[in-house]
Design a protein around this ligand. Structure first.
Ligand SMILES: Nc1ncnc2c1ncn2[C@@H]1O[C@H](COP(=O)(O)OP(=O)(O)OP(=O)(O)O)[C@@H](O)[C@H]1O
Ligand SMILES: [Mg+2]
Length: 237
């Protein structure tokens, strides 16, 4: 589904990503773990045309995403749920979702309607609140809007940047349940997380990014059993 080869990039002259290699198979949930400032969000920015890449490739179904304009990236089936959600507070839930459908391939009224149904089935809470201003929703509900908005473009690969940040444990469980449904229906997901336990429990494989380099990768179950992992992680700060 996605093959990242030796990706290097950064802001201005400062390099952040160093020869990042990563592969996601169809239907896999892969965790991208790393401490604060490791470059996780920078990697997602590189994949979604918001960061110029110095060298390397990122192939999705054989097409290189690097250098592609963002609307083509969405058309390829990639959708980002950004860190901090970035929902439009003054707009209703429904209008926020509608924005996500703008780049829906073959955007007929029927196609948009069926995406709304899909999102409202996954998050019935949003259906109840569809005319409410998004800024007045709880943090968890806003995260649901952010995920729902990404799903409106009918993606094949979801990039989730720390979707549980700042949420109460019960709300985290609700979001996890929705991700579980997506996983069971074959969605491919890259789950960016700082917390090892939650990410390893809910992914098939994981990559650990420290200071812009992938320092280890394995099946999540194997990584969870490693005793040196948090040391590697914590010692990196
Ligand atoms: N717009 C920017 N301009 C310059 N440097 C930046 C910019 N955004 C991030 N950086 C730097 O790039 C490095 C990686 O940041 P990034 O946000 O990708 O980390 P992260 O792994 O997502 O961290 P967190 O878990 O805290 O979100 C950091 O050193 C950060 O200071
Ligand atoms: Mg980040």
């Amino acid at each position: 589904m996605l093959d990242v080869h030796d990706l290097c990039g950064g802001y201005g002259q400062a390099p952040v990503l160093h020869n990042v290699k990563m592969r996601l198979g169809r239907g896999e949930t892969v965790a991208l773990l790393g401490p604060n400032g490791a470059g996780k969000s920078t990697l997602l920015a590189a994949l979604t045309a918001t960061l110029p890449v110095r060298s390397g490739r990122a192939e999705m179904s054989g097409h290189d995403l690097i250098g592609m304009p963002s609307h083509r990236i969405v058309a390829e089936g990639l959708a980002l749920i950004p860190e901090g959600r970035h929902v439009f507070a003054p707009m209703t839930v429904e209008d926020n979702l509608l924005l996500g459908s703008i780049r829906l391939q073959g955007r007929s009224a029927a196609a948009v309607r069926s995406r709304f149904e899909y999102v409202y089935d996954l998050f019935p809470r949003l259906a109840e609140r569809r005319l409410q201003r998004t800024g007045t929703l709880s943090g968890g509900e806003q995260q649901m809007v952010a995920i729902g908005r990404a799903l409106m473009s009918a993606p094949r690969l979801l990039l989730l940047d720390e979707p549980f940040m700042g949420l109460a444990p019960m709300v985290v469980q609700q979001i996890l349940q929705a991700l579980q449904v997506l996983r069971s229906t074959g969605m491919t997901m890259l789950l960016v997380e700082q917390k090892l336990d939650i990410a390893l429990k809910h992914s098939d494989r994981a990559y650990v990014l420290v200071k812009g380099r992938i320092v280890c990768t394995d099946r999540s179950i194997q990584l969870a059993a490693r005793t040196d992992l948090s040391q590697l992680y914590l010692g990196s700060g």
